[in-house]
Each structure stands twice: as C-alpha cells, then as structure tokens.
Design a protein around this ligand. Structure first.
Ligand SMILES: Nc1nc2c(ncn2[C@@H]2O[C@H](COP(=O)(O)OP(=O)(O)OP(=O)(O)O)[C@@H](O)[C@H]2O)c(=O)[nH]1
Ligand SMILES: [Mg+2]
Length: 301
C-alpha cells in the first residue's frame, strides 16, 4: 500500500515558504521574491519517492489585508489549512516573533485541535542568517507561544503534539530532516497525483508566473503588488504574456528607458522556458485592479 497526504505550508509574507517548498520537492514549483505577497494562490508541489507521495500546499502569506486581493489571498491561505494531513507553520529565525507569526501559530493550534490525526509542525527558517544561539532562542520562543495559545484555547494537550524544526530553504540545511518527518507521518492512501507530476500549475500559468517573478524581482515598493500576468497565447514555439499594472506610470517603469527593463524581464524569463521558445511581452493598464472584485474574478483570484 502506498502512503500519501497533503502538507499545508503557512506563514506571514516573506518568511520563505515558497523557497522551502521548492527545497522540499527538489524542484521549482513556486516563484520566489524579496517583496511580500509573491505567492497568489495555493500552489501544490508534489514529491513521490519510495512509495510515499507528499503534496505540499504553498500558500499566500497571511497578512493584514488592505485590498480585495489581500483578503482573497488570506482566505486562500486559511482555506488551504483545512482538510490536510499536516500543517507546517513557518517563522523566521532573524525576526522577532510578531502578530503575523502569532496568528500563524494560532491557526496551527486550531487546525491541530480540529483534527486529532493532523501532524502539526513549526519551522524556524532562514537559519543561515543567524547564529545557533538565535535559532535556539527562536525555537524556545515559538514553543512558549504555542503552549500559551493552546492553553488559552483550553486545549493544552495540543501543544504536546507539535514538533519543531530549524531549516534554511536557501542552503537546504535541515530540510532533509523535515521532509523525513513529514514522510513518516503520511497515512496509507492511494496517490493523490500521478507519480510523475511535480505541481498542479498548468503550463500557461507557469509561463505567466515566470514572467511575474522577474517583474516582481526587478521592481520596488507598491509595484510588485500591482502586477498581474496572464498568457494570451501559448503554442510549443511561442508564448504571449500580458503584464497588467494599475497605472500608466507603472507601465513606464516596467518598460523602462528604451524598453531596457522589459527586455531584461523577457530574457530572464525565457531562460527558464524550453529552448527556442519565443516570448512576447506586452504591458497593459487595468486601473486599480487589486481593489476591484470584477477584475479579481476575471483574473481568477
Ligand atoms: N537567507 C535566506 N533567505 C531566504 C531563505 N528562504 C527564502 N529567503 C529569501 O526570502 C525572500 C522571500 O522568500 P519566499 O520564498 O518568496 O517567501 P514566501 O514566504 O513564499 O513569501 P510570500 O509568497 O510573499 O508570502 C526571498 O528573497 C528569498 O530569497 C533562507 O532560508 N535564507
Ligand atoms: Mg511565496
């Protein structure tokens, strides 16, 4: 009998969830960038090895939402935590535990309380950026916060089920131990995905994501949030992608002087596409789309 299960990966924006899911699956299933709110839907990354299938659900960062898009991202992340076999709550070693981290740990406690079979895990990530003592302190702080949250919720025993890991998605330190723990926890089950599959991202969505990753990595402040990418044509030889922004001034920034910036975006994205594939980019303005439910519905958020 095979074993298989779903592992939701949750945390506030930018703690390294997507980088960690890529390290766990040994593939690139989710785009990553230094600006918050890079992940915009629950992305499933699949790893099938030795009769065990782990399906990681990378989620948008939990945050204080200020736009309709933000509310939908939080909803997608919370929803991903239900009906799973394990929840991995990710916090960062280099940062003091904040309200967003407490909200994540509270969600972990609630999920573990709701299902006695659920495997709750806390990960202290980005250990490469701090010394061992700081990692140890953060593990201890997280443990105390989980105990306090479980006690306040009237379910102190839930805290006893939580396991703690320290990882670096970047250097992959600690990632094997985390993966092994999750593998061992998966229930007997048929595979949820074909054994050859690595993610649930369709080819056209993936092309759009690779372009968005480059736009987000090359822009600052409000611009990464204001970008949505969509494929308008995809054949084996050619992809057309529209980069949607909210204002003409943003369009000018994405295109850059003499089209320089847009060319660099295209070159970097194309390097990750099949050899010889032609990529055509266009930048269009859709005013205020992050706050407009009609636009969000159309874009599939
Ligand atoms: N030093 C260090 N940086 C990391 C590590 N993991 C991720 N990062 C960096 O942290 C930033 C955010 O990484 P992501 O993986 O995109 O974070 P996320 O939690 O998925 O963010 P959202 O999708 O916006 O919620 C990027 O610049 C990463 O390169 C790590 O283990 N060590
Ligand atoms: Mg992400």
């Amino acid at each position: 009998m095979t074993r298989a299960g779903l592992v939701a990966v949750l945390g506030r924006p930018n703690v390294g969830k997507s980088t960690l899911v890529n390290a766990l699956t040994r593939a690139k299933v989710s785009i990553t960038a230094a600006s918050p709110n890079t992940t915009r839907r629950a992305v499933r990354g699949v790893l099938t090895e030795g009769g065990v299938q782990l399906v990681f659900v990378d989620t948008p960062g939990l945050h204080r939402a200020q736009t309709s898009l933000g509310h939908r991202l939080n909803e997608a992340a919370r929803h991903a935590a239900s009906d799973v076999d394990a929840v991995v709550a990710v916090i960062e070693a280099p940062q003091v535990l904040g309200p967003g981290d407490r909200a994540t740990l509270a969600l972990l406690v609630r999920a573990a309380d709701a299902s006695a079979d659920l495997v709750p895990v806390v990960v202290v990530n980005k250990t490469d950026r701090v010394g061992r003592a700081t990692v140890a302190e953060q593990l201890l702080t997280a443990t105390r916060v989980v105990e306090e949250l479980a006690a306040t919720a009237g379910v102190p025993a839930v805290a006893e089920r939580v396991e703690y890991f320290a990882t670096s998605g970047r250097t992959r330190a600690g990632v094997d131990a985390l993966r092994a723990h999750l593998r061992a926890a998966m229930p007997e089950s048929p595979y949820l995905f074909d054994a050859e599959e690595v993610s649930d991202v369709e080819p056209s969505e993936w092309v759009a994501e690779l372009v968005r990753e480059q736009v987000v990595r090359r822009t600052r402040e409000e611009l990464p949030h204001a970008v949505h990418c969509r494929v308008t044509e995809l054949t084996e030889r050619r992809a057309r992608v529209e980069i949607v922004v909210e204002r003409p001034s943003q369009r000018a920034i994405v295109i850059g002087k003499g089209g320089q910036s847009l060319r660099a975006i295209g070159t970097a994205a194309r390097q990750q596409l099949p050899d010889g594939m032609y990529l055509e980019l266009r930048v269009v303005v859709e005013p205020d789309w992050q706050r407009r439910d009609d636009a969000l519905d159309r874009f599939g958020y």
